[in-house]
Ligand binder design. Structure first.
Ligand code: PLP
Length: 396
């Protein structure tokens, strides 16, 4: 392939564009992970990552993709044959359910239409009916990356409490952490699963388990086999700033920088920035006369927008044209919605002009690919941005 001038636009909903400051931080000699300099850096990172999950409790950092942290959440807290209540928000919820089954757990999957986040009331009803407390965990994906729908985790907590049910609450925040408001402690989540490659602006390769006291207690009686994923020895080593096995040292340098950057901007400003760009993106989609997959406005994602193709197909051909002509990658429709939708990622290291470039690429691509649409999406997005300046959003 010949050189393509200018930056590639990586507008899939993760992995996201890695800012230069994070790349520079990673681009350092790997240090001795048993030495004092590592201990100092790792202690700072292990402390700092708690502030991103909004927890006072420990966060375990794995050198793994998000799938590893999904597995870790389950094997540390559950026993063979335990029943998990899961909610079919989309492709990633379905993969987590499949993973649970493969581990020897039983799952009950509340069916969803891939156009809404989880229904907290339905979860509450099921738990109320479970008078024998057979259900041991409720698993929900916070931001379903395959659909652009957000689940109301605080409401799920309220539903569990209203049912007076002891099930653990396990939440996947792989595509919301660092981009959509999330509060591990306040929302009473027992295990939060996160990943490095989206809102945290890092390359893929790190994933996380934030854990509650109740989850730590559950670990003592949980019987699923675990070794690499086991929290106990890792937590003991982390308490001194070390890891039980060789950590992804250079990614930790990057994480150190990313945490600093998120705090410099201020987490609330980061969330407001994402909401503003999401609103502008939705305005563009509406102006094009296209439909947003997420059918419930209160579930609209701040991290990505999934757009339905007119006529129900042709999304992959459109993405191909956009990649070839404008060097921009958009997210594909996954499994059930393959070729039916495309996904615009607007998360991570992203500003007004990256948004306008992204939407400009989509608008030009729609025309080049001969997709029926109206002009004016970029104008509509600019009107939203002008009406809610970055400084105003920052004060909000
Ligand atoms: N959960 C969600 C919501 C995701 O978006 C992804 C990946 O995109 C995963 C889980 C799986 O993570 P990974 O591909 O890093 O293993």
């Amino acid at each position: 392939m010949s050189y393509q001038a200018g930056r590639h636009f990586l507008q899939i909903p993760g992995p996201t564009n890695v800012p230069d400051r994070v790349l520079r931080a990673i681009d350092m000699p790997t240090m001795d992970h048993r030495g004092p300099r590592f201990q100092e850096m790792a202690s700072r990172v292990l402390d700092g990552i708690r502030t991103i999950f909004k927890t006072k409790n420990p966060v375990v950092i794995y050198p793994a993709s998000g799938t590893g942290a999904w597995e870790a959440a389950l094997v540390n807290t559950l026993s063979p044959g335990d029943l998990c209540l899961m909610y079919e928000t989309g492709h990633f919820a379905s993969l987590w359910q499949k993973l649970a089954e493969r581990l020897g757990l039983r799952t009950e999957f509340i069916a969803g239409d891939w156009r809404h986040g989880a229904d907290a009331a339905a979860i509450g009803e099921r738990l109320k009916a479970d008078t024998g407390h057979e259900i041991k965990a409720v698993c929900v994906v916070h931001n379903e990356t395959s659909t652009g729908c957000v689940s109301p985790i605080a409401e799920v907590r309220v539903a569990i409490d209203a049912a007076d049910h002891p099930a653990l609450l396990l939440v996947d925040t792989i595509s919301s952490l660092g981009s959509i408001d999330y509060r591990h402690d306040e929302w009473g989540v027992d295990v939060t699963v996160g990943g490095s490659q989206k809102g945290l602006m890092l390359p893929p390769g790190l994933s996380f388990n934030a854990i509650s006291d109740k989850a730590i207690a559950a670990q003592k009686s949980a019987k699923l086999p675990r070794s690499y994923w086991a929290w106990d020895e890792m937590l003991a080593a982390n308490a001194n700033g070390f890891f039980t096995y060789t950590p992804a040292t250079n990614l930790l340098y990057g994480l150190d920088a990313a945490i600093e950057m998120l705090h410099e901007e201020g987490l609330d400003n980061v969330f407001a920035r994402h909401q503003r760009h999401a609103a502008a993106t939705r305005a563009a989609v509406e102006a094009w006369g296209l439909e947003i997959l997420c059918a419930e406005p209160s579930h609209h994602s701040g991290a990505l927008t999934a757009v339905m193709m007119p006529g129900g197909k042709g999304a992959d051909a459109l993405r191909k044209v956009i990649l070839e002509r404008f060097d921009m990658s958009l997210g594909a429709g996954l499994s059930k919605v393959a070729d039916k939708i495309f996904r615009i990622g607007h998360l991570g290291d992203f500003n007004d002009l990256t948004l306008i470039g992204t939407l400009g690429g989509v608008e030009m691509g729609l025309k080049a690919a001969g997709v029926a649409h109206r002009k004016g999406g970029v104008d509509a997005a600019m009107a939203v941005l002008e009406g809610s300046g970055a400084s105003q959003a920052r004060q909000a």
